[in-house]
Design a protein around this ligand. Structure first.
Ligand code: PEP
Ligand code: MG
Length: 561
């Protein structure tokens, strides 16, 4: 038996065979070939297979997301058999005697460079396409599964670390749990694991070894403990824990249908955070009142090119109609920092968390923003939509973003397309600047939602991605809590509501504090809804409110700064 200690990032016990995440190798083997005809035939077979796979993907996309989504894969099919592309590969194989993998890699780089230097942004974006198509062909040539799970049974997935784009593309039905060498609890991969309700352990470092692949592993997301080939007693203990958790869940299920009401009759909304319309069943299963944060960027991360208006419209419409009239707050694109997307071709930044991200990208690239806002307003006819802008620091940004909403509403009216006139427009409060000017911002919008992951990062000047900073990254810090109180007061003075959609919202140690300062909504991962409801129902706000507020404001209270 081997015991490994990491950090629990998503609770629950899971048992299954260990599987190492296969990432496409960045270096491919290069060699000179003798039989150029055989090598050319090898390329042609791989090309044909890639075209066939893309055809299947196009059909799947057509069924799930409509014709425009299917077109993306059809374009990739055409690219795979483009004459210039094929001729360049043929020359590399037949004249320069390069092996097929090297020929495809070099041709892809050459074509991608050519596209990237063109003036037209549409043509620039083709650079990512040619790389994507080429990677598929190389994957077929080398037999390396591109970031997939090539196992007939569900597995515990091990990786050095997973980028959000990798996590989002995994087949979730194949994953029982995650173990990663690196990562931090507030990274987007950890957040996704919680949203999907999959137990996860991060930061195991080099203790997890590739030779453990295939062995039975039990992971306990509550303690951060991973056991490889557990002895009988340990296995029995962990399986018992798994059973107990099931029972605890059954008890929590009895809270379904009950209000989120404190002992003294104070009500608060409990909503969910999601990353895709596919998460809606979990929201409904856990009886949340709505969706407080739909991270729309995961749609973009899941695509090989800018998702079209139609593709986005279908996804938003699905989430809204599946929620059956309950509110869905969709956050506009929040990329940058750890959520990088190749086809955006954003220049390298030394300090990406403070760089061109989120609303800044949208305001700098209005054509991308326009497509998303159109898709959102069109979808608003199918449910109760609210729109929210991320990473706001200034009033002018909000005004400019709202102008885009006005432009889209005008266009849709002229085109005779139906939309909801009463869509609420709000912003995330996740920078100290936004908290400090929240009195002014409150006059511009219908609601605030506090993103405590970034608010903590920026307030404490502490990178949320850096697991070495663990004890410095303290969302309970007095500075963060005071900001939340200030934001709440400014929201209420201006008659708007305020929620928390960062991970802190699910922290039961702070539920009393959130109730005391008057937070109106907590938006958490689906599995956190019922434990939160239980905590709310056990609380008497009136009894604790004065003490909590006095402590927050005092120059020597119990909360440590
Ligand atoms: C946050 O910053 O708290 C938030 C909810 O947004 P994200 O975690 O996606 O940055
Ligand atoms: Mg954020």
């Amino acid at each position: 038996m081997i015991t490994i200690q990491g950090k629990g990032a998503s609770t629950g016990v899971a048992i299954g065979p260990l599987y190492y995440y296969q990432r496409a190798k960045s270096t491919i083997r290069r060699y000179q070939i003798d039989d150029t005809e055989a090598e050319w035939a090898r390329f042609k077979a791989a090309q044909e297979k890639a075209i066939e796979q893309l055809g299947e993907l196009a059909e799947k996309a057509r069924v799930e997301a409509g014709d425009e989504a299917a077109m993306l894969f059809e374009t990739h099919q055409m690219m795979a058999e483009d004459m210039d592309y094929e001729e360049a590969i043929q020359a590399a194989i037949q004249e320069e005697k390069h092996n097929a993998e090297a020929a495809v890699t070099d041709t892809a780089a050459q074509f991608a460079d050519m596209f990237a230097t063109m003036d037209d942004p549409y043509m620039q974006a083709r650079a990512a396409d040619v790389k994507d198509v080429s990677n598929r062909i190389i994957g077929i040539l080398t037999g390396v599964v591109q970031g997939g799970i090539n196992s007939p049974v569900p597995v515990i997935l091990a990786a050095d670390d997973l980028a959000p784009s990798e996590t989002v593309q995994l087949d979730k039905s194949k994953i029982l749990g995650f173990v990663t060498e690196g990562g931090s609890g507030s990274s987007h991969t950890a957040i996704l694991a919680r949203t999907m309700g999959i137990p996860a352990i991060i930061g195991v470092g080099s203790q997890m070894k590739p030779e453990y692949e295939g062995r039975e592993v039990i992971l306990d997301g509550n303690t951060g403990n991973v056991v490889v080939e557990a002895d009988e007693a340990t296995k029995a203990r962990l399986l018992l824990k798994m059973e107990e958790q099931k029972k605890q869940q059954e008890l929590l299920n009895q809270l379904k249908g009950l209000p989120n009401e404190t002992k003294d009759g104070h009500q608060i909304r409990v909503y969910c955070n999601i990353g895709s319309p596919d998460d809606v069943p979990a929201v409904l299963k856990n009886d949340a009142g709505g969706v407080g944060l739909f991270r729309s960027e995961f749609l973009y991360l899941n695509c090989d090119d800018y998702p079209s208006e139609e593709y986005q419209f279908e996804a938003y419409k699905k989430a809204l109609s599946d929620m059956g009239g309950r509110e869905v707050v969709i956050r506009t694109l929040d990329i940058g920092a750890d959520k990088q997307i190749g086809y955006f071709n954003l220049p390298h930044e030394e300090n990406p968390a403070m760089g061109n991200r989120a609303l800044r990208v949208c305001l700098n690239r209005p054509e991308i923003f326009h497509t998303q806002i159109r898709a959102l307003y069109r979808a608003s006819a199918f449910g109760k939509l609210s729109i929210m802008f991320p990473m706001v620091t200034s009033v002018w940004e909000v005004r400019e973003a709202k102008k885009m909403c006005d432009r889209v509403k005008k266009e849709l009216t002229e085109e005779g397309i139906h939309f909801d006139e009463d869509v609420q427009v709000g912003i995330m409060i996740e920078t100290p600047a936004a908290a400090l000017v929240s009195d002014r911002l409150a006059k511009e919008v219908d609601f605030f939602s506090c993103g405590t992951n970034d608010l903590t990062q920026y307030t404490l000047a502490c990178d949320r991605q850096n697991d070495d900073l663990g004890r410095f990254f303290n969302p309970h810090h007095l500075a963060v809590l005071r900001e939340l109180k200030m934001v709440c007061d400014n929201a209420h003075k201006n008659g708007i509501w305020v929620g928390i959609c960062g991970e802190l919202g699910a922290d039961l140690k702070l539920t009393e504090t959130f109730l005391a300062i008057g937070i109106d909504e907590l938006s958490v991962s689906p599995r956190a809804v019922l434990p939160l409801r239980q905590k709310i129902r056990e609380t008497n706000v009136a009894a604790v409110k004065d003490k909590i507020i006095a402590d927050l404001l005092s120059d020597e209270g119990a909360i440590v700064g």
